[in-house]
Write a protein of this length. Structure first.
Lengths: 322, 268
């Protein structure tokens, strides 16, 4: 497979803090690569290095075939970058911002004008074109930032936490934009703290913690690392937990385990048909069930299994039994 | 989706023409900001009026300048001082760009990094010109008169633009080095007070204690203001003018170099 980004043995320290401790990664052309990790894991450092903003202490990288150390200008001519913070001028209008970026990306004035109009249409900002950015909503500003990173039609796009701080609607809009960009052939490396986001968008996910990639694979490969699906039951009265554990162990022929304080019981269950059997058996045993679901492992579980700590703000994927 | 058919492929190296074009794009951006951000108008117009009115009416009666009325003495000084103060806007603007993400965007574009700063300095040239013309007009309202003629006065304007240009690089250096707008605001001003007060802006250095007088005599602000007085209300021009121009050249080169180094240092 052709690669758009190749990284080997990247190290970076800020004083005594080791931000990156030997990162290798490879991003296939035209794919979305998700870098998943908590705050301070080193995600932003990687993006800053790859977009020529920061020099690594050791290691090498190529972006769109250009070596970062020897051909930074060629790298800049091939990339787009959207950081975590608003990177457009609040006092300029959307159109002025995009035209400015176009001119600074070496476009002649008329081409920069045409490109600005195209992007304003593409990112649904036509009506706001000639208003200063300070009148834009948070979601609109983020869209304009994304549009600005697309002005030079980059082969590789870096998105550092593109949806952090956005309301759910704007987040969905941003996801749409990302899918749209991939469809047009752009390679995207995005960082996120949201497991759901990596799951939704990325073809390959690398989990990063403390400056190291600790796992890499497709979202489903990663999920397999923590085992298959399981039934999760919440009993109304915690004193019935023991009964529920006994019933579920028998029905699923697998050892169930329960939390006697919260009344939550889990049991591995690969066959979805077991769900119905479990419901009947629990009913016959007069166990009062509050919630019952077939739970597929989320990237949250992956992270917990890999690092021993959880990621905040995770939305576990659930399939309710009704 | 509509997409222009031209596939955009920038060349691999920048030319001088690219850098100049980038500087003008950046300068244009800052001028639009001046036009849209009312706060900057306070810097540009309100503060200068205040300075001229306060100093000429409050101090005017008690400061005796041999051979000249205080307003004629003061106005050229205040104009030079205001030029230095206006450059603080450059420290603030650059610090703000660095604090927000826009400087990261510029640095990730196939543009000239030097032009990001040079563009702002270009803006300052225009800001300085506008300031000087405006303040001269305010000076006329309180009795200041150019007695030398149009050409010397125009030379005075040119001198101030050169002077402002050199101080602009100092301001740019401060803007890159500090890490917040707040620090830029105070760091931008704090050194300007002693530099302006221990000079010939408000009084004749001859009246100062010897250590201060020694400092004031070689102060680039003193030399610039003295030359400006000569060019506008009469008096010796050649000596202070040469000194002022040497200072401007030295400051521009030294701080231009420091700016390039600080800019390159952003990558570490």
């Amino acid at each position: 497979m052709d690669t758009a980004v190749e990284v080997e043995g990247l190290f970076k320290s800020y004083g005594p803090t080791e931000a990156l401790r030997g990162v290798d990664l490879s991003v296939g052309k035209g794919t979305v690569f998700g870098l998943l990790g908590p705050n301070g894991a080193g995600k932003t450092t990687i993006v800053r290095i790859l977009s020529t903003l920061l020099r690594p202490d050791a290691g090498r990288a190529t972006v769109a075939g250009h070596d970062l150390a020897t051909a930074p200008h060629a790298v800049r001519a091939s990339i787009g970058m959207t950081g975590q913070f608003a990177a457009s001028d609040e006092h300029l209008t959307g159109r002025e911002n995009l035209q400015m970026i176009g001119r600074l990306s070496r476009m002649p004035a008329d081409q920069a004008r045409i490109r600005a109009v195209e992007l304003l249409e593409e990112f649904d900002l036509v009506e706001a074109s000639d208003r200063p950015l300070r009148t834009y909503s948070g979601g609109m500003k983020r869209r304009l930032d994304l549009a600005a990173s697309m002005v030079g039609k980059p082969a590789v796009l870096f998105l550092d936490e593109p949806t952090t701080g956005l309301d759910p609607r704007s987040r969905l809009q941003t996801w749409e934009v990302v899918r749209h960009l991939v469809a047009s052939g752009t390679t995207i490396l995005l960082t996120t703290q949201y497991l759901e986001e990596a799951d939704e968008l990325a073809d390959v996910v690398a989990v990063i913690d403390n400056g190291r990639i600790i796992a890499e694979g497709t979202p489903s490969e990663l999920k397999q690392q923590v085992g298959g699906a399981r039934i999760e039951v919440n009993v109304g009265h915690p004193e019935q937990t023991a009964t529920a554990v006994e019933v579920l162990t028998r029905v699923c022929s697998q050892e169930a385990w329960g939390d006697f304080e919260t009344g939550t019981v889990h049991v591995p269950a690969e066959d979805p048909a077991l769900l119905a059997k479990a419901v009947r058996a629990l009913d016959e045993a007069n166990v009062d069930v509050v919630d019952l679901s077939l739970r597929r492992p989320s990237l949250d579980d992956v992270f917990l299994a890999l690092t021993g700590h959880i990621v905040t703000d995770a939305a576990p994927a659930r399939e309710h039994a009704g | 989706m509509t997409t222009s058919e031209l596939v955009h492929a920038p060349p691999v190296a920048l030319t001088l023409g690219d850098a100049i074009s980038d500087a003008f794009v950046i300068a244009r951006r800052h001028l639009i900001r001046y036009q849209r951000d009312p706060q900057t108008l306070v810097f540009l117009f309100v503060q200068p009026i205040m300075f001229i009115l306060l100093f000429s009416y409050v101090f005017g009666g008690s400061i005796d300048i041999p051979g000249m009325d205080y307003t004629s003495f003061l106005v050229p000084g205040i104009i030079a001082q205001t030029v230095t103060f206006n450059n603080v806007g450059t420290s603030i603007a650059i610090a703000e760009d660095l604090q927000k993400g826009i400087m990261d965007r510029f640095r990730s574009l196939p543009m000239s990094g030097f032009s990001v700063i040079a563009g702002r300095v270009l803006t300052d040239l225009l800001v300085t010109t506008v300031t000087v013309v405006f303040m001269t007009a305010v000076g006329y309202l309180v009795g200041f008169r150019i007695t030398t003629g149009f050409v010397p006065a125009l030379a005075g304007l040119g001198l101030l633009v050169i002077f402002g240009f050199s101080f602009s690089w100092i301001a740019a250096f401060i803007g890159i080095k500090v890490n917040s707008v707040e620090v830029a605001q105070s760091a931008g001003f704090v050194w300007l007070f002693p530099l302006n007060f221990i000079s010939s802006v408000f009084v004749v250095p001859a009246t100062m204690p010897s250590a201060l007088k020694a400092f004031a005599d070689v102060n680039p602000i003193t030399l610039t203001v003295d030359a400006l007085r000569g060019l506008t209300v009469g008096g010796p021009v050649a000596d202070p003018l040469v000194g002022a121009l040497i200072w401007a050249a030295v400051i521009s080169v030294v701080f231009g170099f420091l700016v390039v180094r600080a800019w390159d240092g952003l990558i570490d």
